[in-house]
Ligand binder design. Structure first.
Ligand code: SAH
Length: 363
């Protein structure tokens, strides 16, 4: 059977269809008119489900110490070129206060992956300190990799309520090749089930444009998000890092092509999961100054401005060209406000911004 035309595939997916061949066709769109139609359709869904608003999460990159050795990542264990740092509890609280004073309704605490007991205890104290300093008004997302269920429970009790754990890819073979020292995809997926069982709002995501990843594989990623019934998605283009061993897709890095893939993926994800939060991530901004805004217009509804003290930012380079090392958080907030207003949208200050899916779940 020959594949349906683009318009037919778009119509079917818009109407709730999840045929992988249709999704693949949309993901592969290169014609500017087709791309525009895809993004418009996704943006219309975003307007209908979350409205003309953007929710912000202040991103706190608390530590670049990592026990893992992911082939793509700039803070991998074996990157000896990197100066390692961890924020003190006071510095984490200061970053949270900064986000709170800007009116951001939530923060994300992200760092390298560690499974030791001292780390688990530290995060409990950081969560308690952060809530105490901000009157319990901030939503808190953790993004700290795979953890035991007992640890996840302690962090939940200490006041984290969302958790972002990207599966990175739904392709188990590719996952194994990217993570030679922890190739067990199913173990990571089980962690998503644990997060749900421990009453977190659950987020996942993938990297887009990995070497060896096809559009068919990205279509399966979307079906995985749907199968896990997640509340939020954080995903962005794969961008090589000079001190990490993974090469670019097809050997040569093509930022425009990565951008095309990433935006089509965001749009398809929005069409299939109308009620989830979708982040326009920093990696989009690394490829294009207006990348996050383009992400919004393709159906994303969340942005994560960095509130980490700029002193540490250059040591948290997951990929090359990460923007914002010297940016002043307040100037960045104002710039974001302007660029969002220019799209006819507004920032929803002082709201946690749970996804419609998560709100429906808690009712
Ligand atoms: N260690 C935590 C979170 C820190 S890494 C965890 O494992 O969840 C956060 C995300 O950055 C990763 O999930 C990965 O998808 C992304 N990332 C890492 N290296 C990248 C690269 N080279 N290009 C694009 N994204 C990358």
């Amino acid at each position: 059977m020959s594949p349906a035309g683009f318009a037919t595939a778009l119509e079917r997916v818009r109407a709730g269809g999840v045929d992988p061949a249709d999704l693949q066709q949309l993901l592969e769109a290169t014609d500017p008119d087709e791309i525009a139609a895809l993004h418009r359709a996704a943006y219309a869904v975003k307007l209908a489900t979350v409205g003309p608003v953007v929710h912000l999460r202040g991103l706190i990159e608390w530590s670049n110490r990592c026990a893992r050795n992911c082939l793509y990542c700039g803070i991998r264990r074996d990157n000896a070129a990197l100066e390692r740092y961890s924020l003190s509890p006071e510095e984490i609280v200061a970053a949270a206060r900064r986000a709170h004073s800007f009116g951001y309704g939530s923060v994300v605490l992200q760092g390298g992956e560690r499974q030791d007991a001292a780390h688990a205890d530290f995060i409990v104290r950081a969560l308690e300190g952060l809530h105490e300093a901000t009157g319990g008004e901030l939503g808190v997302t953790l993004s700290l990799g795979e953890q035991d269920r007992a640890v996840l429970r302690r962090w939940r009790e200490a006041g984290a309520h969302r958790y972002l754990l990207r599966m990175e890819t739904s392709d188990r073979g590719l996952y194994g090749r990217l993570h030679p020292d922890h190739p067990d995809w199913e173990q990571r997926r089980r962690c998503l089930d644990d997060l749900r069982a421990e009453d977190y709002q659950v987020g996942t995501g993938v990297m887009i444009g990995l070497p060896g990843q096809s559009a068919a594989s990205l279509a399966q990623d979307i079906l995985l998000f749907r199968g896990q019934d997640v509340d939020m998605i954080g995903m962005g283009p794969y961008i090589p890092h000079a001190d990490a061993p993974l090469p670019p897709d097809a050997g040569v890095f093509d930022p425009r092509e990565q951008m095309r893939r990433a935006l089509n993926m965001i749009a398809c994800t929005r069409l299939v999961l109308p009620l989830v939060n979708v982040a326009a991530t920093t990696a989009l901004q690394a490829l294009d100054e207006a990348g996050r805004e383009r992400g919004l217009l393709a159906g994303a509804n969340v942005m994560m401005p960095n509130v980490t003290d700029p002193t540490y930012r250059s040591s948290y380079h997951l990929y090359d060209g990460k923007p914002g090392d010297d940016e002043d958080a307040e100037a960045c907030r104002r710039a974001l406000e302007r660029s969002i207003a220019a799209l006819g949208e507004r920032i929803a200050y002082r709201e946690r911004g749970d996804s419609p899916r998560a709100r429906a779940r808690s009712r």
